[in-house]
Design a protein around this ligand. Structure first.
Ligand code: ADP
Ligand code: MG
Length: 483
């Protein structure tokens, strides 16, 4: 059985569906020409439409529609050639119009799916219910004044894609994998930068629990969780809470909750609103959105290679394992880096260096691959020195560390530090003789049958030659002298 929560009455299954708000990458907002740039001075990117001045009319931004279509295509989803914008009415200080323009009954994108990869090597398909376009709200600033709240409308009217999943996930791990995969697909497509700290990607989590085999029970929604780690923690915390409620004879009420990452618990925010509370009706300022089929086909033809296709190609063309290929394609920049190094070189060796030494340095220094201190070109040169026997594997690691620190080319470092591999049998023989002479006890033990000591001798010879001896020759000469 998969992930279960152990209660007093036995195991409980967790059911999860996610509603993700993804900010569309575009210069301007969904219905106005104001800039959609993040991090500008408050209220410097607000048109009369965004501020909801009376009589202003929204005009749809074609690029935002294209981005939604690209995303739909990337999610293998059905595209609705006719969709419609509705007004979702509610009061909020950061919503000057008193309604959000959204899509309710007729979204631009219908059913689709995403394939996720799990730690045990299995894959699972998660259904996408829909994707619709809607406006973002502004932002209340509560920390600028002791008694007043300020409003920043820069974000008001920015285009969002709300992507709703089917309740197909059964563990925090699956929800994390789903979000990572969705983010990866949108980054490949260039439709959302996926930056959760800046709020470009926000997740509302729907969680319920049930006994295995039962129909679904009531769900709660945990709003606006802004990191994948918190999403996973919030699911676990909320599921445990619900198990306790059911097991103590209570009833889980459908409601909206918030996750407190510091305390690791969710708390009630408000009882769940129903669709009819919003008094949805078609926005009379906007015509139905009709997609030209030729345009859709043009967008489809220009889609980039997406992570799943790239993964298959990496496995077939480079002979990589599913695990390695998954890791390398998760970020497009990483995949590009790998391919640049692997061109004309041993792909498996390249993959090991990228995922081993390079990832270690990036993790250690908190950098992304775009900011890598070692370029793909430079790593390629290093692997060439390794492949043609100029340096040994051990020395290559040292050279790599120096490349990270100084940015020098590997060949320059090898010459400057005299790191060329020694293949002169005379020099290696000399070192072997000296090592054996210095360790008579170990030699006797080895000859008496303690064969594990062979590694010790190799280590000593390597040490004596500062790691530069050709390991195959060291082995060969040692074997000869010892036996
Ligand atoms: P609403 O728009 O009111 O939030 P939806 O029907 O759009 O409701 O569903 C929202 C999300 O809740 C979807 O992601 C769906 O997969 C998920 N969901 C629906 N039922 C359950 C359930 N019983 N347990 C967990 N998630 C659920
Ligand atoms: Mg919803």
């Amino acid at each position: 059985m998969g992930y279960m929560i152990e209660g007093e009455t036995g195991p409980w299954e967790v059911v999860i569906g996610l509603e993700v708000h993804a900010q569309v990458i575009s210069k301007a907002k969904l219905f106005s020409g104001a800039a959609a740039h993040f991090g500008s001075e408050p209220n410097t990117q607000v048109s009369f439409v965004d501020a909801a001045f009376p009589g202003m009319l929204p005009v749809i931004n074609r690029e935002c529609v294209a981005q939604a279509l690209r995303t739909g295509l990337g999610l293998n989803a059905h595209i609705n050639l006719v969709s419609r914008f509705d007004r979702k009415n509610y009061f909020y200080p950061d919503l000057p119009a008193g309604y959000q323009i959204s899509q309710y009954q007729h979204p631009i994108v219908g059913h689709g799916s995403i394939e996720i990869e799990l730690a045990d090597g299995t894959t699972k398909t998660i259904g996408i219910t829909r994707l619709h376009l809607e406006q973002d709200a502004g932002k209340s600033l509560h920390d600028q004044h002791p008694t007043k709240s300020y409003i920043d409308l820069n974000r008001a009217g920015v285009a969002l894609m709300e992507i709703v999943s089917e309740p197909d996930m059964r563990s925090p791990e699956e929800a994390g994998a789903y979000l990572r995969k969705l983010r990866s697909i949108m980054r490949y497509l260039g439709t959302c930068d996926g930056n959760m700290e800046e709020g470009s990607l926000r997740a509302d989590i729907n969680v319920s629990v049930r006994k295995p085999g039962e129909p679904f029970r009531t769900r709660c929604e945990v709003k606006n969780v802004n990191s994948i780690r918190f999403v996973m923690q919030a699911i676990e915390a909320e599921a445990r809470r619900q198990v306790e409620v059911w097991e103590s004879g209570g009833v889980v009420e459908q409601e909206t909750r918030l996750f407190d990452p510091q305390r690791g618990v969710t708390r009630a925010m408000r009882s769940k609103e129903e669709a009819h509370d919003y008094r949805y009706f078609p926005d009379p300022d906007l015509l139905p959105l009709v997609i030209d089929e030729a345009w859709l086909e043009e967008l489809r033809a220009n889609l980039p290679e997406l992570p799943d296709a790239k993964k298959r190609r990496f496995m077939q063309h480079y002979g990589l394992s599913a695990y390695d290929a998954t890791l390398l394609v998760s970020e497009k920049a990483t995949a590009d880096y790998f391919e640049e190094v692997a061109k004309g070189r041993d792909a498996k060796l390249t993959a090991n260096w990228v995922m081993g030494e390079l990832f270690a340095v990036l993790n250690r220094t908190g950098r992304s691959i775009e900011q890598s201190p070692v370029s793909a070109q430079a790593l390629g040169e290093l692997l060439d020195l390794l492949a043609d026997g100029t340096i040994s594997g051990r020395i290559a690691k040292d050279v790599f560390e120096i490349m990270v620190e100084t940015g020098e080319a590997p060949a320059v470092i090898v010459e400057r530090k005299g790191l060329r591999q020694v293949t002169d049998t005379g020099a290696i023989e000399q070192a072997v003789t000296a090592v054996l002479a210095a360790h008579p006890k170990e030699v006797a033990a080895y000859k008496a049958g303690k064969e594990r000591l062979f590694g010790f001798f190799v280590g000593q010879v390597m040490k004596a030659m500062a790691g530069k001896a050709n390991p195959a020759l060291v082995n060969e000469i040692l074997k000869h002298k010892l036996g």
